[in-house]
Design a protein around this ligand. Structure first.
Ligand code: ME8
Length: 529
């Protein structure tokens, strides 16, 4: 196991407001960072905004703003959303910051000096009126400009290209020697079979047809085209090539740090093919792992800013709380697979796992503790009832499963394991029937053991839930009156640490949602879709 971790999300385009798909990726990274920190590791977590490019320049002009004013306004919304979701990032990089673009210019010069860049011609569909290049998909079969609706023509412009051919063999060798680099593996095979084997074109890395970007010092009519500018954020944010590269040395150069990029399937190609090539050219280490998560879909099509079919996470968090939204995202979409957002599933997931399962277990337990023991958690006495041993062993096995899954970023599976522990505890109540034990004075010890086992199981679950349920896990620990020194993760391994504390007032962690009303509410948020 490495000593420290560096985890990143993609830097999102501030071309429009973020939607729940972006929140999904950022919450996953946050859960991982919080988990590692909870285990005592140092974890540096980076997110940010990718602010240059033609689309942003155009959106700004449509909004009658300068590109900088435009992105400043939208990025303000990014900050607010991450605050609302209590994202624990250590830094937020913006590609318009001087600390980034100065380094990007230097990186371009290095690649040029290595003879990895040459000046060539970019050919594409061009709209004379909008002075913009468009891709095949954007112009469609009729070759129409997606902005003004006029016909486009094939045109050429001078551009710099990166020589991908020089690095293909090294990249394939790297894949072979580092079989865990890309997860899921199917994505790596896709890279090889769909992009590399048929022959990789050199990558266009500059443009002259718009100006909102980092100018190339050697030839200032060119701006650096998106991907070289964007991908390098992962090192510029750490102070690469500056006088103070302390973070860079610690979180990139030092082999004791595991570097993890989290990203959506839509941008795998850039991260899995071009990014390692740029790093090879710069003579820098390649990240350890790239985790490609699936996309959240809406009625079988991708949720995206340009389609306008998005779910705004803001009102969802305001109405249902940040834990409910964080939990839904982490639990509902199996990591690596696509998932679909539906209001019905959102409500059902929160009711089933949080209100009826975890919340209810805590509530019932505190109720019984008050009724049978004046609110005091009885001391742990080992296995007293025939069911105690099974529950405590189950808890230990869950901790083990949870850690294995979390360490391997199988975040959904980790929380499925915790849910199983909660369900197991609910079953334990049915098995031990405390209300029957309570009627028989000679069963007092058994009843005490049941209460202790329940409190300790909830305690275990609450500790494990902490990275995702940032508020509710704490509240559960408060209700059980867990002393601060026992909130440290290391205590979770020893079943039975709670005992003797007097519980606090029971309060519902997650009120049960009325399905019909809430589904209607969310449908309205989604514009009736
Ligand atoms: O691609 N479901 O930015 P972007 C799940 N600036 N995740 C989604 C999603 C969805 N429907 N839609 C977006 C860019 N995402 C570049 C990245 S990185 C050096 C440059 C998430 O604003 C997912 O992680 O289009 C995806 O990869 C990312 O947002 C793309 O965000």
């Amino acid at each position: 196991m490495k000593k420290r971790f560096y985890i990143t999300t993609p830097i999102y385009y501030p071309s429009a407001k973020l939607h729940i798909g972006h929140a999904y990726c950022t919450v996953l990274a946050d859960v991982f960072a919080r988990y590692k920190r909870m285990r005592g590791f140092e974890c540096y977590f980076l997110t940010g905004a990718d602010e240059h490019g033609q689309k942003i320049e155009r959106n700004a002009s449509l909004a009658n703003k300068t590109p900088q004013e435009f992105v400043d306004g939208i990025v303000e919304g990014f900050y607010k959303l991450w605050d609302l979701l209590e994202i624990s990032n250590n830094d937020f990089i913006r590609t318009t910051q001087e600390r980034h673009w100065l380094r990007v210019q230097e990186i371009f010069t290095k690649l040029l000096e290595n003879d990895d860049i040459y000046l060539g011609k970019y050919k594409g569909w061009y709209c004379k009126d909008c002075e913009a290049f468009w891709t095949d998909t954007q112009v469609g079969e009729n070759h129409i400009c997606p902005d003004c609706g006029r016909e486009v023509q094939i045109a050429e412009e001078e551009a710099y290209f990166f020589r991908t051919s020089k690095y293909v063999d090294r990249l394939l060798k790297f894949y072979e020697e580092n079989p865990n680099f890309i997860t899921p593996e199917s994505r790596k095979n896709e890279m090889i079979n769909t992009f590399i084997k048929p022959g990789l074109d050199d990558l266009c890395i500059s443009r002259t047809s718009f100006s909102w970007g980092v100018p190339i010092r050697e030839n200032p009519k060119h701006v650096i085209y998106v991907w070289l500018d964007a991908l390098t954020n992962y090192i510029t944010a750490l102070g690469y090539n500056t006088e103070n590269p302390e973070l860079f040395d610690k979180f990139w150069q030092d082999e004791e740090c595991e570097i993890i990029h989290l990203l959506g399937a839509d941008i795998t190609r850039f991260h899995a093919i071009y990014w390692p090539m740029f790093l090879m050219s710069l003579g820098l280490r390649i990240p350890d792992r790239e985790f490609i998560h699936g996309l959240l879909m809406m009625k079988d099509c991708k949720m995206s800013k340009s389609k306008g079919n998005v779910v705004d996470p803001y009102p969802l968090v305001e109405k249902y709380g940040l834990d409910a939204v964080r939990y839904y995202l982490v639990r509902e979409v199996i990591f690596g697979q696509n998932g679909s957002f539906t209001p019905e599933q959102f409500v059902e997931r929160i009711n089933a796992d949080l209100a009826n399962s975890f919340g209810n277990l805590l509530n019932r337990t505190i109720g019984m503790m008050n009724k049978y023991f004046q609110g005091q958690i009885p001391e742990y006495k080992g296995n007293v009832t025939p069911f105690d041993g099974e529950l405590s062993s189950f808890a230990k096995a869950v901790i083990n499963r949870y850690e294995l899954c979390m360490d391997d970023l199988k975040i959904t599976d980790a929380f499925i394991a915790v849910n199983e522990l909660v369900q197991r505890a609910n079953k334990y109540i049915d098995e031990t029937t405390p209300w029957v034990l309570a009627k028989d004075e000679s069963k007092k010890e058994e009843l005490a053991s049941v209460m202790n086992h329940l409190a300790n199981t909830i305690y275990t679950a609450a500790i494990l839930y902490q990275p995702v349920l940032v508020k509710a896990a704490e509240k559960a620990l408060d209700q059980l009156n867990v002393p601060q020194e026992l909130r440290n993760y290391e205590n979770v391994y020893k079943f039975g640490v709670l005992g003797g504390q007097t519980v606090n007032k029971a309060e519902a962690l997650f009120p049960r949602l009325d399905s019909a009303i809430e589904v209607e509410f969310i449908k309205n948020l989604m514009g009736g879709k």
